[in-house]
Design a protein around this ligand. Structure first.
Ligand code: NI
Length: 489
């Protein structure tokens, strides 16, 4: 399950929408709900020095819907290697499963991440793996650990001292699961490493095992997890396991950013609408305007891209992923300060048309919160992952005050052989009012940008943010925009 940190915000938002302003919920109280012993207190990734993210995707117009993001810590290469292996394995499996074509129109794989713990001794990365096969999402969880002392990356069972510890843990987990509501099959729990591939600790030091959908229950039950009291697992842990537990307990004083409650209030209040600091300086009814857009970031090269845009006095629209924004808020602040527009590309890049109404709202709201947290402004634009929209998506976007922006020029940058090809496609596609799709998580795209800026400048184009294309006519929430207004004749 997603961390409670955001659940507080959603509760407040709901209360506000219903008009019962008095029903404020304390975030601190929610985090301590005793009914949630399996709650893992995820660490705020923006607190971790040297953390960036790696994205594997074909992009928003790719014919295969697969999007995976995992963290990269510059001082833990073994962890990166391990995460890359796990994620690549998932992608390969998905490719094989869908290679021959399936009955499902748009099968999809999505991998996102959270930090289950982080200290100077240990780091735990919890991958959330979702797979869509036409009828619904099946979700699984895998937690990879890195022991900084031993400089070793490991699967979750590395937290246990030996094979017999796994047997004991399986028995304890069965005991905890027995007597749960119907639908959970406690007897399905065996001392099998595949069942115990997601182990972490809650803030009290209890060991939490998360099972995948269908492993011990019908998938419709959602996440099934057990918390085994700390004192019962004490003797089962390896040295890495003890470090992991210590990190999870220590985290309780430090995870929630000081400004957190204030951030939630700002989000609920709506905050000032995100707008380029230089909006209004160009009149696109007179000037030749083009809107460069960069999706899926921020990524490792986004800072460099901002330097390039700055050098050319160009502005762009960044459709950021909430999870990435949350990890690198300083890059969003910079975008905003330098006259770019930060917009919403959902929290974790699942195609919205595959989700229920409440999950569509959840993806968009969490994206809004992450951006508002970073920039102090609330986006008015969203771009649907894979460009996938239906009536429900536009309705929810409209309710959240978001215009739906797609594109008129697809550079197919993620499938382009090199930077030159990206630049050629962007330049040849550009025209008055064009919205050009690119991805700042892709290094060749960043490398192509100076050439795009140079050539299009020579042809008389000005680089503006998306809303500037529409001038005083503005953009309406819940409306789909595939390109700028038709130029006046
Ligand atoms: Ni995207």
């Amino acid at each position: 399950m997603r961390k409670l940190r955001f659940a507080g915000g959603i509760t407040l938002l709901t209360a506000t929408m219903l008009g019962c302003g008095a029903a404020t919920t304390s975030i601190a109280a929610e985090e301590l709900l005793p009914s949630e012993p399996t709650l893992i207190e995820y660490v705020d990734p923006s607190r971790i020095q040297g953390l960036s993210t790696e994205t594997i995707t074909q992009g928003d117009s790719g014919d295969r819907r697969a999007h995976a993001v995992y963290p990269v810590l510059d001082d833990a290469p073994h962890l990166t290697e391990k995460l890359r292996t796990v994620v690549s394995g998932q992608l390969d499996r998905f490719r094989r499963a869908t290679a021959a074509g399936t009955a499902t129109a748009s099968p999809e794989l999505n991998v996102d991440w959270q930090l289950a713990a982080a200290s100077d001794q240990v780091v735990g990365v919890r991958l959330g793996i979702g797979e869509f096969a036409g009828t619904g999402w099946a979700n699984s969880r895998t937690t990879v650990w890195y022991d900084r002392v031993e400089e070793r990356a490991m699967d979750s069972t590395g937290l246990l001292k030996d094979r017999s510890a796994l047997t004991v843990l399986a028995a304890l987990a069965r005991e905890e699961l027995a007597g749960r509501r119907t639908g959970v099959d406690a007897d399905a729990v065996r001392a099998d490493e595949r069942l115990f591939d997601s182990i972490a600790f809650n803030r009290h030091g209890d060991l939490v095992v998360e099972f995948d959908d269908y492993q011990v229950a019908a998938g419709s039950l959602g996440r099934v997890a057990v918390a085994v009291p700390g004192e019962r697992v004490e003797n089962l842990l390896s040295p890495s396991g003890r470090r992991a537990r210590q990190a999870a307990v220590a985290v309780r004083e430090t995870t929630v950013p000081v400004s957190y409650e204030k951030t939630i209030e700002t989000t609920v209040a709506g905050g000032p609408e995100a707008r380029s600091t230089k909006a209004g300086t160009v009149d696109c009814a007179k000037a030749k305007c083009v809107a460069l857009t960069y999706d899926d970031g921020p990524g490792p090269d986004t800072g460099r891209l901002l330097d390039v845009l700055n050098e050319h006095g160009a502005r762009a629209t960044f459709f950021t992923l909430g999870a990435n924004a949350y990890a690198r808020p300083e890059l969003l602040r910079r975008m905003s300060e330098e006259g770019h527009l930060v917009a919403n590309h959902t929290w974790s890049h699942r195609s919205l048309s595959s989700l229920s109404t409440s999950k569509i709202a959840h993806q968009l709201t969490r994206g809004q919160q992450a951006i508002t947290h970073a920039t102090g402004q609330t986006p008015a634009l969203m771009r649907p992952p894979y460009g996938a929209v239906d009536r429900e998506v536009t309705e929810v976007a409209g309710r959240l005050g978001l215009s739906v922006v797609r594109w008129s020029v697809d550079t197919e940058d993620l499938r382009a052989p090199d930077a030159g090809a990206v630049a050629r496609r962007a330049v040849s596609g550009a025209g008055q009012g064009a919205i050009i799709l690119m991805h700042d998580v892709h290094r060749p795209t960043v490398e192509a940008t100076p050439e795009i800026l140079r050539t299009l400048s020579e042809r008389g184009y000005t680089f503006v943010t998306v809303p500037e294309l529409y001038g005083s006519a503005g953009m309406r929430p819940g409306t789909i925009y595939d390109s700028g207004p038709t130029p006046a004749r």
